[in-house]
Design a protein around this ligand. Structure first.
Ligand code: NAD
Ligand code: DAU
Length: 332
């Protein structure tokens, strides 16, 4: 397939691109703005086989150029960190909503298949049971509200213009190359460096963990076999309270539980996410990686790949960290 992959230099997008090039021999163009979260290094292994365009999805000229002769657009590009959306929602509105609109217009002009990568956060928090694709949309943060706005716009392009759209909603991803503002890589790097591990509130919030390669495969299944106009949930096989995730990381890193520090809770913090994936199971997808194995291999990857994270942890990230957590990182 000839694909335009937007946001393909990020954590999940780059895993998807690597898999599509190697396992499906797709012809891929990546369009990426290279924000703090996007890195060319993430595409190093497939660099000779792809075309890379440095540009923003909210820029119609960059998108038209990147689209070339693509048959489909897969959109990963987004501002993705909930905490950053609380302190500065503007960029989330520009990228997640305006950017999606620009992509949809290009897809409509050229009659391209369109796949929107979305999140379980569009459904909000659930005390018991799991969300299906028919659950009401009830986002809580500026991040999830802009992702929901984008999902609604995507659905409207199917209903109004007959554009062949799909939406794939993932639960919390983890794995190699995730930017260390997110729970798992942040806690791994702090544990390895002997910095404290900042747990929000009581640490009993529950997330549904999905290995990044499983999500990439789920997105591929929706692209190839999904029914136009439909949304598909893609949830991980295991859920766990944050504090248990943190304790497992400490043990895998050989660090002491005295590093745990309970800090002020995130405003509007969603208590629990949980997705039912039975609709996507019906297309032949199921998660292959259990959390216990995936977490151990993720810790190993960060331990063995300091070249990837050292430039982040010694750069502007330190200022972000100090501003957000009110304390400096001990070591670079
Ligand atoms: P990420 O933050 O690691 O990467 C985002 C990528 O998008 C980066 O390469 C960045 O440079 C690029 N980007 C940002 N703004 C852009 C713009 N205006 N134009 C072009 N490129 C831009 O994100 P991720 O964790 O890989 O998430 C990818 C997608 O998956 C997002 O749409 C996110 O909402 C969704 N998602 C993430 C998770 C998760 O747990 N991380 C779970 C479900 C869904
Ligand atoms: O659910 C899918 C979503 O998962 C994606 O759509 C988002 O892009 C992605 O960022 C992620 O959102 P979360 O807010 O769930 O992920 P985060 O890693 O930021 O936090 C996971 C949990 O850990 C959450 O309950 C908050 C908590 N946490 C997080 C950080 C960064 C802490 O306790 N301490 C921290 O320092």
């Amino acid at each position: 397939m000839r694909l335009l992959v937007c946001g393909g230099a990020g954590f999940i997008g780059s895993a998807f691109v690597r898999a599509r090039v190697r396992e499906h021999a797709d012809q891929v163009t990546v369009l990426d703005k290279l924000t703090y979260a996007g890195r060319r290094e993430n595409l190093r292994e497939v660099d000779p086989d792809i075309r890379f365009v440095h540009g923003a999805i909210e820029d119609p000229i960059a998108v038209a150029d990147a689209a070339g002769d693509a048959e489909a657009i897969v959109n990963f590009a987004a501002e993705t960190h909930v905490d950053r959306s609380i302190t500065g929602p503007e960029e989330f509105i520009m990228t997640n909503m305006q950017g999606t609109h620009v992509l949809l217009e290009v897809a409509r002009e050229r009659g391209l298949r369109y796949l929107q990568v979305s999140t379980d956060e569009v459904y909000g928090s659930i005390e018991e049971g799991s969300f299906t694709e028919r659950s009401p949309l009830a986002p809580s943060s500026p991040y999830s509200a802009t992702k929901t706005g984008a999902d609604l716009l995507v659905a409207s392009y199917f209903h109004t213009y007959g554009l062949a759209t799909s939406i794939c909603r993932g639960s919390n991803n983890y794995g190699p190359r995730q930017y260390p503002e997110k729970l798992i890589p942040l806690m791994i790097l702090n544990a390895l460096a002997g910095d404290s591990l900042p747990v929000y509130g009581d640490g009993l919030q529950v997330r549904n963990w999905l290995f990044v390669e499983d999500f990439g495969r789920g997105i591929g299944v929706v692209l190839e076999r999904g029914e136009p106009g439909q949304a598909y949930n893609c949830g991980g096989p295991d859920e766990m309270p944050n504090i248990d995730v943190v304790r497992r990381i400490l043990s895998l890193c050989g660090a002491d539980e005295s590093l745990i520090e309970y800090v002020q809770d995130r405003p509007g913090h969603d208590r629990r996410y949980s997705l039912s994936s039975s609709k996507l199971n019906g297309l032949g997808w199921s998660a292959r990686m259990r959390f216990e194995d995936g977490l151990a291999s993720t810790v190993d990857w960060y331990r063995d790949n300091a070249w990837w994270w050292e430039p982040i942890r010694s750069g502007a990230y330190r200022e972000y960290y100090e501003r957000h957590y009110g304390r400096a990182l001990k070591s670079s």
